[in-house]
Write a protein that binds this ligand. Structure first.
Ligand code: ZN
Length: 496
C-alpha cells in the first residue's frame, strides 16, 4: 500500500484535505458549528434574532397589531410555516414559527438554509432532548458538497445553542453525518480503496486507534480469498482495513463495512441506469467510519474494532466469471452465481475475521449497500436490518425511533437458506429464486457469523434520491445515530 502513496498524491491530498476539514474543525461546516454553538448568554444574544413558536390563538392574542403584515405574508401560524417580523432599525425583529404538533430533529431544518444569514436563538424553553434535536437538525441541514464547484456555498444563518442542548453530541453527530456524505459524494476517481484507507488512517491517527491494512496479494497470503477475488480485476488493489480503539476491558463491539468503491457489476455488468450511482457502493464503509467517529469523539467506553473491506469491482481479463468457485476465509467454498453480488463476498471474509478473535465481540454490526430488494421492500429512505439477537433488534428499533433515524427489521427466515444451495460448491452467492433478495443476502452473510455472537446486518441505501429537510439529495447517513445510540446504551448498561 505504501508504494502507491506517491502516485496517489493528487487525489489523495484532495480527499484528506476534505476529510481533515470535517474532522479537525477548520472547515466552513465546523466553523459554523463552533460559532453557532456558542452559549447564548452575553453580548451575542443582544444581536441575535428570536425564533418564536406560535399557534393561531397566540398570534391573535399577542401579535394582533401585525395582522395586516400577516395577511400580506399569508401567515396564519400553520405548522411548518414561518414569518419574519420586520424591525425598522435592525431589519428583523423576530421570526414567528407555526408550532408543529410535536418537535423532531427536522423541525428547524428548512429554516437553517432559508433564513437570512444572521444569528438566531430559540425564545421558547425546551427539554434538553428537544433542544438537542432542534440544534442537530439545524446543522445537518447546512451541508453542501461543493468541493468540485467553483461557486461555493454562501453564508448560512447561525443558531445560538440553547443552554440545555448537548453541544458535544451535536458536534459529533454532525461530523459523522458530514463524513458519510462527503465520502459517498466523492466520485470514485477520487475515492478508491487507497483513499478510503487514508481516511480510516486519518481517523485512527486522530483518536489514537491502532490500524493494520492487508493489501493486494497479501490478502491471498493472509487468507482473505473472497476480498482478493472481488478486487483483483481493478488497477487499484483491494484491501482489508482493520482498526482497534479503546480499553479492552470495555464491551467489545465490532463494526464491519462494505467498501466497494465502484461497482461495475463485474462481468455481469450493470445497466447504464444501475451503474450510474455506484460510487455510493462504499456507503457501508462510510457508515461504520461515521459510527466509529461518534464513539471515539464522545469517548464512549467500548473496545471498538472496525473492519472495512475496500475493493473496486471492475471488468478485466482476470475478473471473476459466473460460476467460478472461490474459497472463503472460513473454508467454505462459494460459487459466484453473479459477479454483481460481490458485496456479500467481501463481507463474508471480514465477518468471519470479526468472529475469530478472542475474546469474542459482544456485538457485530455490519453496514452495506447490499441489495436492490431491500429498497423494493421499504423504499430508499428506511434502512432494513436483520438480527440474530432479538433483544438487540428491539433495542435498535427503539433507538431508531427515538433519534428520528428510522430503520425496520426483516426476518432471517431460515427456510430460504436452501435457495443458496449450490450444485458444485458449499454455497452460492445468489438465491435460486428472484424474490426475497434482501433476506437471502442476509442469510448468506449469516453463514459467516459465529452462532454465539449477536449480529446485526444493515442493508442501507446511503443516498437520498430527493431532498428532505436536513437531508439534501446525495450521499446520506441512514441509521447512523440509531446504531450509535444502541452501542452507547449497551456500553453504559455493561458499566452499571
Ligand atoms: Zn454489485
Amino acid at each position: 500500500m505504501r508504494q502507491n502513496r506517491d502516485t496517489l498524491r493528487g487525489p489523495l491530498l484532495g480527499v484528506l484535505t476534505l476529510y481533515s476539514k470535517t474532522l479537525c474543525g477548520n472547515s466552513a461546516y465546523a466553523k459554523t458549528i463552533q460559532l453557532s454553538l456558542r452559549n447564548g448568554r452575553g453580548g451575542l444574544l443582544s444581536d441575535s434574532i428570536p425564533l418564536i413558536f406560535v399557534d393561531a390563538p397566540t398570534l391573535k392574542a399577542e401579535y394582533d397589531a401585525h395582522a395586516p403584515w400577516f395577511d400580506v405574508c399569508q401567515f396564519s401560524a400553520k405548522p411548518g410555516t414561518h414569518c419574519l417580523l420586520p424591525d425598522p432599525e435592525s431589519g428583523i425583529k423576530a421570526v414567528l414559527l407555526g408550532r408543529p404538533k410535536s418537535l423532531d430533529t427536522w423541525t428547524l431544518a428548512t429554516l437553517a438554509t432559508s433564513l437570512p444569514p444572521r444569528t438566531y436563538h430559540l425564545a421558547d424553553k425546551f427539554t434538553p432532548e428537544e433542544a438537542t434535536k432542534l440544534g442537530l437538525g439545524w446543522h445537518l441541514s447546512q451541508y453542501r458538497f461543493d468541493r468540485y464547484q467553483q461557486k461555493k456555498a454562501t453564508d448560512y444563518p447561525q443558531l445560538t445553542r440553547p443552554d440545555n442542548a448537548d453541544g458535544d453530541y451535536i458536534t459529533a453527530a454532525v461530523a459523522a453525518a458530514f463524513l458519510v456524505r462527503d465520502l459517498v459524494n466523492t466520485p470514485a476517481n477520487d475515492m478508491g480503496p487507497a483513499e478510503l484507507e487514508a481516511v480510516a488512517q486519518s481517523l485512527a491517527d486522530t483518536y489514537g486507534a491502532t490500524m493494520r491494512v492487508v493489501t493486494g496479494e497479501a490478502l491471498q497470503q493472509q487468507n482473505y480469498p473472497l476480498i482478493y477475488a472481488v478486487g483483483q480485476a481493478s488497477d487499484r488493489p483491494p484491501r482489508l482495513i482493520d482498526f482497534t480503539w479503546g480499553d479492552p476491558s470495555h464491551p467489545a463491539i465490532t463494526l464491519v463495512g462494505k467498501g466497494v468503491c465502484f461497482d461495475s457489476g463485474g462481468l455481469n455488468v450493470k445497466s447504464f441506469v444501475g451503474m450510474k450511482l455506484m460510487k455510493k457502493d462504499m456507503g457501508g464503509a462510510a457508515h461504520v467510519l461515521g459510527v466509529a467517529l461518534m464513539l471515539m469523539k464522545l469517548k464512549i467506553p467500548v473496545y471498538l474494532r472496525v473492519l472495512v473491506a475496500a475493493v473496486e469491482n471492475s471488468i478485466a481479463g482476470n475478473a471473476n466469471r459466473p460460476l467460478d468457485i472461490v474459497p472463503s476465509r472460513k473454508g467454505t467454498t462459494v460459487e459466484i452465481g453473479n459477479t454483481d453480488a460481490e458485496g456479500r463476498l467481501v463481507l463474508a471474509d471480514a465477518l468471519w475475521d470479526a468472529c475469530e478473535v478472542t475474546p469474542s465481540p459482544t456485538l457485530v454490526v455490519d453496514f452495506a449497500t447490499l441489495t436492490g430488494a431491500a429498497r423494493v421492500a421499504l423504499g430508499t429512505e428506511v434502512p432494513v436490518f436483520f438480527s440474530t439477537d432479538q433483544e438487540n433488534a428491539i433495542a435498535l428499533q427503539r433507538c431508531s425511533e427515538a433519534t428520528d433515524d428510522l430503520m425496520w427489521q426483516l426476518p432471517l427466515h431460515q427456510p430460504y437458506r436452501s435457495f443458496l444451495d449450490s450444485k458444485a460448491a458449499d454455497l452460492s452467492n445468489i438465491g435460486s429464486v428472484s424474490q426475497g433478495g434482501a433476506i437471502t443476502a442476509a442469510l448468506f452473510l449469516q453463514e459467516f457469523v459465529a452462532q454465539d455472537i449477536p449480529w446485526i446486518h444493515i442493508d442501507v441505501m446511503a443516498w437520498n434520491s430527493r431532498s428532505r429537510p436536513g437531508r439534501p439529495e446525495g450521499g446520506a447517513a441512514m441509521g447512523l445515530r440509531a446504531v450509535f445510540e444502541l452501542i452507547k446504551g449497551r456500553s453504559l448498561s455493561a458499566k452499571a
